[in-house]
Write a protein that binds this ligand. Structure first.
Ligand code: MF3
Ligand code: CO
Ligand code: CO
Length: 268
């Protein structure tokens, strides 16, 4: 079997390579900042997708998503019960009360910056905004355990523990992933699991943490477009994502919002 290096995790240079990730991560985060004011009832997800791409292009990057294994758009926009990989379309208009995830991955000088946030369309129900709050907290708790010597399973353990406290479920059909010079690399970063299991983190590793949390059951199914995952029970799903690197004593997040627009509501 030619799987010799299947589990190998790339170690990047914390100086030179992290500098590349800072640029790519910053642009991806800027796109999410920029799009904030355009998210409102009546606009189509294709309109938002095109705005994101215009911003990416005019700032020296390109979308990693378009044509990736045949993916047809520049970003993923996942509304309400869509878990991930919602395909922007002209016929999908946002409605008051929707919660949507916009997931942007850019390539800058060969480096991939991958990040997503939730957005409110008008004023969502308390049930929906609470899911977004808890999902954001899940991601941040996952990031907080990152440091050399920690296990990847530690991330999933803290995320799962926090989500379950609210009766929510953690999607296990998609994972975070190594990122850097490639879009999706080893390791699979599970968002559930057991402390002390999985590979050990080392300084120089670069990966995403991107928990998908459902109000109902964790099970999803892929629509006939071959991409879009929805919750089987039609319950709401939320997700946030950061790209980060392991430092000497913790993590450096490459995709923090330059404008401090970390999670909704994005009041200015
Ligand atoms: N950005 C997604 C992730 O977090 C991947 C999207 S792949 C695409 O890994 F082809 F659907 F765009
Ligand atoms: Co990702
Ligand atoms: Co992403």
């Amino acid at each position: 079997m030619s799987r010799k290096n299947a589990d190998k995790i790339t170690i990047y240079d914390p100086q030179k390579d992290f500098a590349g990730m800072r640029k790519a991560g910053r642009l991806a985060a800027e796109v999410l900042d920029y799009i904030t004011d355009y998210v409102e009832a009546g606009v189509s997800t294709e309109y938002l997708d095109n705005l994101c791409n215009d911003y990416i292009i005019s700032h020296g990057g390109k979308s990693a998503c378009i044509n990736y294994h045949g993916y047809p758009k520049y970003t993923c926009i996942s509304a309400n019960h869509v878990i991930c990989h919602g395909i922007p379309s002209a016929s999908q208009k946002l409605s008051d009360g929707d919660i949507i995830n916009i997931d942007v991955t850019v390539i800058v000088d060969g480096w991939f910056g991958d990040t997503s946030r939730m957005y409110y369309v008008g004023k969502p129900k308390i049930k929906a905004s609470r899911l977004c709050d808890v999902t954001y907290e899940c991601m941040m708790r996952g990031i907080e355990v990152v440091k050399p010597g920690a296990h990847f399973g530690d991330i999933g353990a803290v995320i799962e523990e926090y989500a379950h406290k609210y009766g929510y479920s953690v999607v296990d059909m998609f994972c975070g992933h190594g990122v850097g010079k490639v879009f999706h690399d080893n390791p699979n970063v599970m968002h559930c699991g057991k402390k002390g299991t999985g590979p050990v983190m080392e300084e120089g590793m670069i990966f995403t943490i991107e928990p998908m949390i459902n109000i109902g059951r964790k099970d999803g199914l892929i629509l006939s477009n071959g991409w879009t995952a929805v919750t089987r029970d039609k319950s709401l799903s939320a997700q946030f994502e950061h790209s980060l690197g392991v430092t000497k004593d913790g993590a450096e997040v490459f995709t923090f919002s330059p404008q401090g627009l970390h999670r909704p509501p994005y009041k200015k």
